[in-house]
Design a protein around this ligand. Structure first.
Ligand SMILES: C[S@@+](CC[C@H](N)C(=O)[O-])C[C@H]1O[C@@H](n2cnc3c(N)ncnc32)[C@H](O)[C@@H]1O
Length: 232
């Protein structure tokens, strides 16, 4: 699937038939806001609803791809079949149609692939883990050109292997009695901050290493008139 084929097919959570033209217009409008070289990875998720929620969050926030570590083969390798998976389609409110999704047999396979492509990883956990542990608002998510953000399973959280092969562990500060946030919910919070920072960076610099600074930064949110068009 090319980037241009990944606009939203739904608005406000309700599936709607759109003409090819309006889909193309929307794809063109959102393209500059999407975060390049950013992948969300879900490790061993057990609840299809969480997979759907993460795909929806990824699509809405402009993350490039979703990888799923799926040792039990709950998903298929065939992308077309994945798009038509009833559970994922329903829980992602059809965002799966517009989102690049790929499964891996193991955490190791997924890291091998990411590292071959030059991606660095950060993991997320409610607990302090690994060589560096930061609160979400303290993290710099623009330091690596290619970044994968890992989320752990509902029951056991992120694996030791994922922690060991990552640069740092990111925590959302919590102030309640519960031990953790829900997987889908935490993905929305973390990816909001990561995409906010990376969009801001993309708007100011053409190249990495803070080189190629633009004279006028690009907008980091959709212009209001596009929102109006969308509502209309
Ligand atoms: C339900 S939690 C897993 C809880 C598990 N007992 C543990 O020790 O991590 C599922 C996933 O959501 C994410 N998560 C939940 N709460 C988080 C928080 N406060 N900060 C960062 N990530 C969190 C992490 O990716 C975690 O692996």
């Amino acid at each position: 699937m090319t980037e241009a084929e990944q606009p939203e097919g739904v608005a406000n959570g309700e599936p709607e038939k759109k003409s090819k033209r309006s889909v193309r217009d929307r794809a063109d409008a959102i393209a500059p806001f999407r975060c390049k070289n950013l992948i969300a990875v879900i490790e061993n998720p057990s609840d299809i609803k969480n997979i759907g929620t993460i795909i929806r969050n990824v699509n809405a926030l402009g993350v490039e791809k979703v990888y799923v570590v799926d040792p039990d083969r709950a998903l298929t390798d065939d992308w077309q079949e994945m798009r038509e998976h009833k559970g994922i389609s329903k829980t992602s409110v059809s965002a799966v149609k517009w989102t690049f999704l790929r499964r891996f047999d193991s955490t190791g396979d997924c890291f091998d692939h990411l590292e071959r492509k030059g991606f660095r990883s950060v993991v997320t956990s409610p607990h302090v883990k690994g060589k560096a542990s930061v609160y979400l608002h303290e993290g710099d998510f623009t330091a690596f050109t290619k970044l994968a953000v890992w989320f752990g399973s509902e029951a056991v959280g992120i694996s030791d292997l994922a922690v060991a092969r990552s640069e740092m562990c990111v925590s959302i500060p919590m102030f309640g009695m519960v031990e953790s946030l829900n997987l889908g919910t935490s993905s929305g919070i973390v990816l909001y901050e990561v995409t906010r920072q990376r969009r801001d960076y993309q708007s100011k610099f053409r190249l990495r290493g803070r080189r190629g600074e633009r004279e006028t930064p690009l907008p980091t949110v959709m212009p209001v008139r596009d929102l109006r068009q969308r509502q209309g």
